[in-house]
Ligand binder design. Structure first.
Ligand code: SF4
Length: 321
């Protein structure tokens, strides 16, 4: 049986919009009522266009952002009510790899120090053991010992992502949120980093939440996929099922942009009309109703509930009943 390591229920992240006197005059609903589970050793791909709330959700799930509502349990412990001491312990287990690790690396720190500092903050080991641990992780991610004393700006994008991964791995986490970790890299370097992530997962039994706007990357790396639109999860399914038989109109739009495996089969790309509505003023009813080619009256009036197509495939659409 699959071991559930994280369960998120009805998670909301609303950012206040401040008026002239600093008073909240509205909210940007970046994440609205999202529930999902992550299982040990899997890669859960979270997809959607820019601004759909997937990165915010990733941060909320490991409490880098404090949610407005909902609950997140990691191995049964409530992350949202954990105190500082409990959070510090949980932080070892919950790590993040960013799109551009350069912006999250101290430019004045040698990268070796970046890693030993992580251990020092957690009170792990002494100077010698921290150095040995950092060098061991360096080797794991394909960096050389001489890289240890260099500064972040001396590395290429791919090497910096290896440093980002090393920093996440050094605390031996259970879950890593990978936020568009390859989207800023050249295609050849992308596959190196993805394969490195997969190797580390196999070796350490890691669980990944892999955030991306690129369906081809998701298809390659993910076991299950969640599709987000305007702060909502609109469909979730095992990756093969989602690609073979998508149920939500928005998922179909995303998949229409993925090149066909068969060069003789021409796919018709569906282009969405209109812009993504503002999360400060989302449509009433279904959030996709302003752009959905199948929208009916009910879609504009009532939020679609959850429909379970089978045990592992769920969708939120009035058409799927
Ligand atoms: Fe389209 Fe209606 Fe389904 Fe929303 S509920 S995706 S508007 S058909």
């Amino acid at each position: 049986m699959r071991e559930e390591i994280l369960r998120a229920e009805h998670v909301k992240m609303y950012f206040p919009i401040r008026g002239a006197l600093g008073k909240a005059v509205g909210h940007v609903k970046a994440v609205d009522d999202v529930s999902l589970s992550l299982y040990k050793g899997e890669t859960y791909g979270l997809v959607g266009e820019t601004g759909c709330g997937k990165s915010t959700l990733g941060r909320v799930l490991i409490r880098l952002l404090k949610a407005t509502g909902g609950t997140v349990l990691y191995k049964g412990e409530d992350l949202f009510t954990a105190n500082e001491k409990e959070l510090r312990r949980l932080r070892r287990e919950l790590q993040m790899v960013f799109q551009d690790p350069y912006t999250s690396l101290n430019p004045r720190m040698r990268v070796g120090e970046v890693l030993t500092e992580v251990l020092k903050i957690q009170g792990i080991g002494d100077k010698d053991s921290r150095m040995a641990d950092a060098l061991a992780v360096f080797e794991k991610v394909g960096l050389l010992p001489e890289h240890f004393y260099r500064f972040p700006h001396e590395f290429s994008g791919g090497q910096r992502q290896r440093i980002g991964l090393a920093r996440a791995l050094i605390l031996n986490p259970g879950l890593i949120i990978c936020d568009e970790p390859v989207s800023a890299l050249d295609v050849s370097v992308q596959s190196q980093i993805i394969n490195l992530l997969l190797d580390m997962q196999e070796e350490r039994g890691l669980t990944y939440l892999f955030i991306s706007h690129d369906m081809s990357v998701i298809r390659y790396i993910a076991d299950r996929v969640g599709v987000m639109y305007l702060g909502h999860l609109v469909e979730e399914a095992p990756v093969d099922e989602l690609f073979a038989d998508p149920a939500h109109p928005y998922t179909k739009v995303l998949l229409s942009a993925v090149p066909s495996d068969n060069p003789h089969v021409k796919k018709e790309r569906v282009i969405l009309e209109g812009d993504l509505p503002s999360p400060a003023d989302p449509p009433a009813g279904c959030v996709f109703c302003t752009r959905c080619p199948y929208a009916k009256e009910i879609c504009r009036e009532k939020k679609p509930g959850r429909t379970d197509i089978n045990e592992t495939h769920r969708v939120y659409c009035h058409l799927t009943k």
